[in-house]
Design a protein around this ligand. Structure first.
Ligand code: KG4
Ligand code: ZN
Length: 334
């Protein structure tokens, strides 16, 4: 079954064509991306109105490119999967309206996909993690820990109570004058720094063992930079100490959850999965505990349409689809 996936929930527009061979099994024939990083950089964050307007310009070329790269004419498609939430409402609407128009015009079944379900199933695009597995989703918008019991069966153990991990990276990078988005820059300079040089908080949430919180850490960095000693702090050491605090705060609850629920596979997805220290530390400690870490290639960790097509495809195979009154749901829960 050839399925077209469309993703436009935030600042990236993506389209993918998958050859689906079974539930959770597919070959990615194409996975194209129109990124808006340069557009939002001057503002130090995503400007929702600019994001949706730009999606209007890129959605058709992105889909055309996905079809061309897959060597699939429109007539060959057998279903359309599109992100319907959570995300920025204007951004979501562009992908969703396009998908509805296409489905209507070609008489194709349409399925709306929860963006987080896409991230949870992304590892299946390249690996065969056995269910159940534990999944840590860490991006600029999300920090969530789930047990993926099976296709369509997810149990959320915890999430951030304030900033997402990527948001914390971006805010601290901004405080340090490292530009936007700043996660990659912090990762880079941290390799030359001393991660024990500065003591920074690792917040816990009372009564919730698997929850996260990063806003206090960001404030601690801001306060540190406002002190008289700030001039003596090397940027490399601050980056390394901050990064270590984020990594500790992510890794500890994840490993505790793996132990508590006796899960042997941990998957890591979302843009922050690119972080070299997070990958290395989680892998090392997971293996010490008898667990395997599975992290998809970077293109499947960040927002992409291939994961959306995969998450929609098992429903399409079951004959499930949505009616054309499907709406964008900015706060859609999984
Ligand atoms: O999933 P993603 O591409 O997009 C959204 O969240 O929508 O994630 C982007 C986030 C940004 O916050 C960025 O700073 C962070 O991922 N990021 C990193 C690294 N590369 C990207 N954070 C830490 N270390 C990195 N190497
Ligand atoms: Zn995402």
């Amino acid at each position: 079954m050839l399925v077209l996936g469309i993703e436009s929930s935030c600042d990236d527009a993506s389209a993918a064509v998958l050859n689906v061979t079974g539930p959770g099994h597919a070959a990615v024939l194409s996975n194209t991306l129109a990124t808006q990083e340069d557009l939002h950089r001057p503002y130090g964050g995503v400007v929702p109105e600019l994001a949706s307007r730009n999606h209007l310009l890129t959605i058709i070329p992105v889909v055309e490119r996905a079809l061309a790269q897959a060597g699939a004419p429109l007539e060959a498609l057998q279903g359309v999967a599109v992100t319907c939430g959570p995300g920025l409402v204007g951004s979501l609407l562009v992908g969703l309206m396009f998908a509805k128009g296409l489905a209507q015009q070609r008489g194709l079944p349409l399925v709306g996909v929860n963006h987080i379900e896409g991230h949870l199933l992304a590892p299946l695009l390249e690996h065969e993690p056995e269910f159940p597995f534990l999944s840590l989703v860490v991006s600029g918008g999300h920090t969530e820990l789930f047990v993926v019991e099976d296709l369509g069966r997810y149990r959320r153990l915890g999430r951030t109570h304030d900033d997402a991990a990527g948001e914390a990276f971006d805010k601290v990078a901004k405080l340090m004058g490292l530009g936007y988005p700043g996660g990659r820059a912090i990762d880079e300079i941290a390799t030359r720094g001393d991660r024990r040089r500065l003591r920074l908080p690792r917040a816990r949430v009372r009564g919730e063992r698997f929850a996260f919180s990063f806003s206090g850490l960001k404030t601690a960095v801001a306060q540190l930079l406002a002190t008289a000693e700030a001039a003596q702090i090397k940027a490399e050491d601050l980056a390394a100490s901050f990064q270590e605090a984020v990594v500790d705060a992510l890794v500890r609850p994840t490993l505790a959850a793996a132990a508590e629920f006796d899960l042997r596979t941990i998957t890591l997805t979302g843009g922050v999965a690119a972080n070299s220290r997070l990958r290395a530390r989680l892998k090392e400690l997971a293996e010490e505990q008898g667990c395997r870490l599975v992290a998809p290639s970077l293109g499947y960790c960040t927002d992409n349409a291939a994961m959306i097509a995969l998450a929609g495809s098992y429903r399409l195979l079951r004959g499930q689809s949505h009616a054309l009154d499907l709406d964008a749901q900015p706060s859609l829960a999984l």
